[in-house]
Design a protein around this ligand. Structure first.
Ligand code: GLY
Ligand code: MN
Ligand code: MN
Length: 433
């Protein structure tokens, strides 16, 4: 049972931040896969954050000012449709269960939205996020403007409601962190399951199936993003999606996979040997990435700026790239020239929450923002070596990433994905058992 009160509180908070005007927050449209088959429906994260309501064809309007209130538009009860597609709350049920002040049929939206916008100074809306909603909202504004000779005024300003919501979403409540911990625990179990299942001759898709099995058997609704199960050279393709190759003795397997539980993402990467034993060159680079991740995690603490973990990881990685003959020169020179990007071309993390790459600004007034308790982020350095003349051949086609999920605490951070093994000894022990 969801804690409806936290959704109600978020609506109150947003109304306070808005100060005046009306906010319009539609949920996501359903998406057709082909003909009359749909993709599994996923609500819009902003809408869900404020309602907890997961049905498609729904819109939330929030009115700030003297008479603040929340108004939900949703699908009507429809026994015929419910026989085919399942339960619908209907406006009355939704009002009762989700604690909104008013609820109406979605079929009345075009009639009631212009009334709610009349004489309001500001519209808070995510202009540009969806062209069809933009057109519809513009139509409502024009309807209000057309009443000007009757003394009705239309909002003079449009503010991006996402800016207010992004800042709220950046700080996770205890309730949100509890869900994220559970998602992380399920995903960690899936990575352990994948390690146990992997052997030379398995295929990437068999291992992907193990991940999905573990996600679903614990009630996670879906993967939070398409799982990357990349053996050997495939690990050097950062967004590898095919997952269709055989796994070869002597190769590494990189798995980037995490479940979504009750709307919240987890995001874990582990890299391990298909045959259970790291070779010497694989171990060189693996220990290097692991050390860089430890340095980055050490830098995840309140008062440090967003980029501090990335900078800490880079110091360690670049030192190692030079020691292993991948880059030439001093650490400072390689950092300055950016030559390390041949082997490490992404950043060390991102905000994590309802979206895997979650809402929230990384800079404020042009400066990296400071980490504060309650923020959640990933820490995910890597190293990807494609074959090239000037690169030692024993490192060719090795791709490694190690990714954990962190919640910033008062003292430092809490790694909520610890249960997925990552030391060489722990991985080799698990795979031998
Ligand atoms: N799995 C997506 C990412 O690591 O950013
Ligand atoms: Mn990530
Ligand atoms: Mn990831």
């Amino acid at each position: 049972m969801k804690e409806i009160v936290s959704f109600i509180n978020r609506r109150h908070q947003l109304i306070q931040h808005m100060e005046d005007g009306v906010a319009i927050i539609p949920t996501a449209p359903e998406a057709i896969r082909n003909r009359d088959s749909h993709y599994l429906y996923r609500f819009d994260s902003y809408f869900y954050y404020l309602t907890g309501f997961t049905e498609p064809e729904s819109v939330l309007l929030l009115v700030a000012g003297e008479k603040p209130r929340s108004v939900l538009f949703c699908r009507d009860k429809d026994i015929e449709r419910e026989i085919w597609d399942g339960f619908r709350h209907g406006p009355e049920g939704a009002k009762e269960v989700f604690g909104v002040d008013e609820a109406y049929s979605i079929s009345r939206l075009d009639e009631l939205a212009p009334q709610l916008l009349a004489n309001q100074p500001r519209l808070h809306y995510s202009l540009g996020a969806d062209a069809s909603w933009d057109a519809r909202v513009t139509g409502w504004l024009n309807q209000v403007r057309a009443q000007v000779r009757g003394g009705v005024s239309a909002p003079a300003e449009i503010a991006d409601v996402r800016l207010l919501l992004d800042e709220m979403r950046l700080f996770k409540s205890e309730g949100e962190i509890a869900i994220m911990r559970r998602a992380a625990e399920i995903s960690s179990g899936a990575h352990r399951r994948a390690m146990r299942a992997t052997k030379p001759g398995s295929t990437e898709y068999e291992i992907e199936a193990e991940l999905i099995h573990e996600f679903r058997r614990h009630g996670a609704q879906s993967p939070a993003y398409h799982s990357i199960v990349a053996g050997g050279a495939n690990a050097c393709v950062l967004h590898y999606v095919f997952n269709d190759a055989p796994l070869r003795d002597g190769d590494l397997l990189l798995i980037d996979a995490g479940c979504e539980l009750d709307g919240y993402a987890s995001d874990i990467t582990r890299t391990f040997p298909v045959n259970g034993k790291f070779s010497s060159p694989q171990r060189d680079l693996y220990e290097l990435v692991l050390a860089s991740q430890a340095a980055a995690i050490e830098a995840v603490r309140p008062g440090n700026h967003w980029n501090a973990p990335h900078e800490a990881a880079l110091q360690v990685l670049v030192r190692g790239f030079i020691d292993f003959g991948l880059c030439k020169g001093t650490v400072d020179a390689v950092l300055e020239s950016g030559d390390y990007r041949r082997f490490y071309m992404h950043r060390t993390g991102h905000w994590l929450g309802l979206d895997v790459h979650d809402a929230g600004e990384y800079k404020k007034n042009g400066e990296w923002r400071l980490l504060e308790p309650g923020m959640a982020l990933t820490v995910e350095p890597g190293c990807y070596v494609r074959p090239a003349d000037n690169v030692p051949e024993h490192y060719w086609n090795i791709g490694i990433r190690i990714e954990d999920d962190a919640v910033v605490t008062q003292q430092g951070c809490d790694i909520i994905t610890q249960a997925a093994p990552k030391s060489v000894a722990d991985i080799e022990a698990l795979m031998a058992s």
